[in-house]
Design a protein around this ligand. Structure first.
Ligand code: SAM
Length: 278
């Protein structure tokens, strides 16, 4: 597998909100300060332009955590159990198939084995070049923003994301971008922690009970120092009520096909949505 990605599927005249520079033959992402050279029919992200990218404060949250993140997400005494539950729901919602599947906010690429096992060719997109350094050992990756995907309109049939609705700054724009890059009939599976029972406004008590605290109804970013979770106490979290998450995808044009609530506890820790672009 190549070191850091070499990207996919983009036609320079058809690229969402990225800016095509005809003279330099690059596609420019103004937000990230990133240029994707266009070669042989594809955008390419080279190591050099990955390094040049300018991260805004909030986008650098995962920088420097990659090794640690990768290990706790596989440690059954830490976040491993939750991650396995999410990937097992992912497996059942995706089903077997073939062709490219986009893993948006792929992190260190921990879901890649599942999708390969199902028959797909996963390609990861993430905003953190540190996370991608590890992910690149598991799947081809591209440095990119869910809210500005460097991918052509209608170019993939399948996409998914795990544990990211609590990270994406702009869920509305991300949902629209995912809708844009999917072909008609394309599917998107989103799996995240369950906003009702897990996160800023739900405090686990003994014997599986959960204390609900005020604040649930409002979508807002909760700073790391206010959170107790292993990952969230380092990176913070976007709290979004269930209705906001679902309605954001519906407003982007998706049809909701199936909802799964899962995880190991008595109360669901995970919320999974299977969505269709008709
Ligand atoms: C909790 S991690 C989840 C990683 C992976 N999906 C998993 O299952 O382990 C959230 C990831 O989303 C990435 N991320 C945050 N904002 C993003 C954005 N706007 N576009 C793409 N990736 C983003 C972070 O860099 C991080 O790797």
């Amino acid at each position: 597998m190549l070191d850091i990605l070499h990207n996919i599927i983009a036609d320079p005249s058809d690229k969402g909100s990225l800016v095509w520079d005809q003279e330099k033959r690059v596609v420019h992402n103004p937000r990230l300060g990133l240029d994707y050279p266009f070669l042989n029919g594809f955008f390419h992200l080279t190591k050099q332009n990955a390094i040049q990218s300018k991260f805004l404060g909030s986008e650098a949250r995962y920088e420097g955590l990659a090794e640690w993140y990768d290990s706790i997400m596989q440690d059954q005494n830490n976040r491993g159990e939750l991650a396995n539950s999410a990937y097992s729901i992912l497996k059942s919602l995706l089903g077997k198939g073939e062709g490219i599947v986009l893993d948006i906010g792929c992190g260190t690429g921990l879901a890649a084995d599942i999708t390969k096992e199902l028959g797909y060719t996963p390609i990861g997109v993430d905003l953190s070049k540190d996370q991608l350094r590890i992910a690149a050992k598991r799947l081809p990756v591209v440095l990119g923003d869910s809210a500005d995907l460097p991918i052509s309109d209608h170019s993939v049939c399948l996409a998914y994301s795990t544990f990211t609705t609590t990270d994406w700054e702009n869920l509305e724009r991300s949902a629209k971008e995912i809708y844009r890059v999917l072909s008609p009939g394309g599917r998107y599976v989103d799996i995240g922690v369950h906003p009702c029972f897990y996160g800023a406004y739900s405090e686990p008590l003994s014997q599986g009970e959960i204390l609900q605290k005020p604040g649930y109804n409002q979508s807002q970013f909760v700073e790391p120092n206010l959170l107790k979770g292993t990952v969230r106490s380092k990176v913070g979290a976007w709290h979004r009520p269930v209705s906001d998450v679902i309605n954001t995808f519906l407003s982007a044009g998706f049809k909701l096909v199936r909802v799964v609530e899962g995880g190991q506890g008595e109360l669901p820790q995970l919320l999974a949505l299977s969505l269709l672009k008709e």
